[in-house]
Design a protein around this ligand. Structure first.
Ligand code: SAM
Ligand code: SF4
Length: 318
């Protein structure tokens, strides 16, 4: 499946629920979800049908995200069923990891080998503040459980927020000295109705390179959105993801599926194509249409230029 700009579309990111046990300040409004997620989310069978149709059109990579995917009680059978689809070569999960420890091994056995875990701070009080109530110890337990289960790569996603965690750039990056993880600093995105951050919160990730001049570039994987670096003698890598200062639209090979069954051709555009309830050829046509509607690039993003997406991140999946 190719879009109108010659990009091969091979990567489907599925948000399997809008529900979440945390309320991160850059992702979700303070009063949480507008509607009960169990009323709006598609069933496991609906996700599998859409993923199967997408795989039939050439999708090879699946990422399961949310909301928090691990709040779904049927997450293990859902992962297993998605992994069994012909043509899916790579399946990964994005999670806050606070619920991961008891099920990491089961998820591994169900087919999750690659995992991205959100971790914005190493200070328990700050973790509680940014997630509005989460416990850092739970997330750290989840990270250890992922490593112990044999998941690889384990990528840690840190949203870089000026005035909140820019004083922890060194300590977060130093996790890569001790653990074989990829710690990725992601620029804060002005998206959804979570816009109460001051302009100073939107830091370009070049501050990471200024703060850590010893970072040496290493070759990046194809289609990855992160530029990769390594600290001397590190077991892992430091990644920089720059949706504001250096967008990666030319490399974009993805479609996004929301929990309520809409395909988003671009994270930052308002366009959504409902596919819930479509079957067979009609479903395939809708997926092809979504791919053909991918814009060449998204509009500018900055402290004053907001994403055109009409959803907050917990309803898209990142
Ligand atoms: N609950 C899971 C988690 O937190 O990893 C998966 C869903 S979450 C929406 C996916 C990713 O989006 C997380 O890494 C989160 O940090 C990131 N994210 C959410 N809002 C963001 C924003 N405004 N700017 C940058 N990244 C954001
Ligand atoms: Fe939940 Fe993830 Fe959003 Fe935080 S970033 S509120 S953990 S969906």
């Amino acid at each position: 499946m190719t879009d109108g700009y010659g990009r091969k579309i091979e990567y489907l990111r599925m948000s399997v629920t809008d529900g979440c046990n945390l309320r991160c300040r850059y992702c979700m409004p303070p009063d949480g979800m507008a509607e009960c997620p169990c009323r709006t989310a598609m069933s496991a069978d609906e996700f599998v049908e859409i993923a199967r149709a997408a795989a039939g059109l050439g999708m090879k990579k699946l990422r399961i995200t949310g909301g928090e995917p691990l709040v779904r009680s049927d997450i293990i059978p859902l992962v297993r069923a998605l992994g069994a689809i012909d043509g899916i070569e790579d399946m990964s999960l994005t999670t806050n990891a606070t619920l991961l420890a008891p099920c990491a091994e089961e998820l591994y056995n169900a087919g999750i080998r690659r995992i991205n875990i959100s971790l914005d701070t190493l200070v328990p009080e700050k973790y509680e503040r940014i997630t509005r109530g989460g416990r850092l110890a739970d997330a750290l337990c989840g990270i250890h459980a992922a490593l112990d289960a044999g998941m690889s790569p384990v990528k840690l996603n840190t949203v870089l927020i000026g005035g909140f965690n820019d004083d922890e750039i060194e300590s977060l990056a130093e996790l890569t000295l001790r653990y074989p993880v990829q710690l990725r600093f992601i620029e804060l995105m002005p998206i959804g109705n979570t816009g109460d951050f001051p302009a100073t919160a939107y830091l370009p990730d070049s501050v990471v390179l200024e703060r850590l001049p010893q970072l040496a570039p290493v070759p990046s994987e194809k289609h990855t959105v992160a530029r990769l670096f390594r600290l001397p003698d590190a077991k892992g890598e430091v990644g920089l993801i720059s949706p504001l200062s250096n967008h990666f639209c030319a490399e974009c090979n993805r479609l996004r599926l929301t929990a309520d069954g809409c395909l988003k051709p671009c994270l930052h555009s308002a366009e959504e194509l409902p596919v819930r309830g479509l079957h067979g050829e009609e479903l395939k046509r809708a997926i092809l249409t979504a791919a053909s509607h991918k814009p060449e690039k998204h509009g500018a993003l900055s402290a004053t230029e907001r994403s055109e997406a009409q959803r907050s991140m917990y309803r898209i999946g990142g």
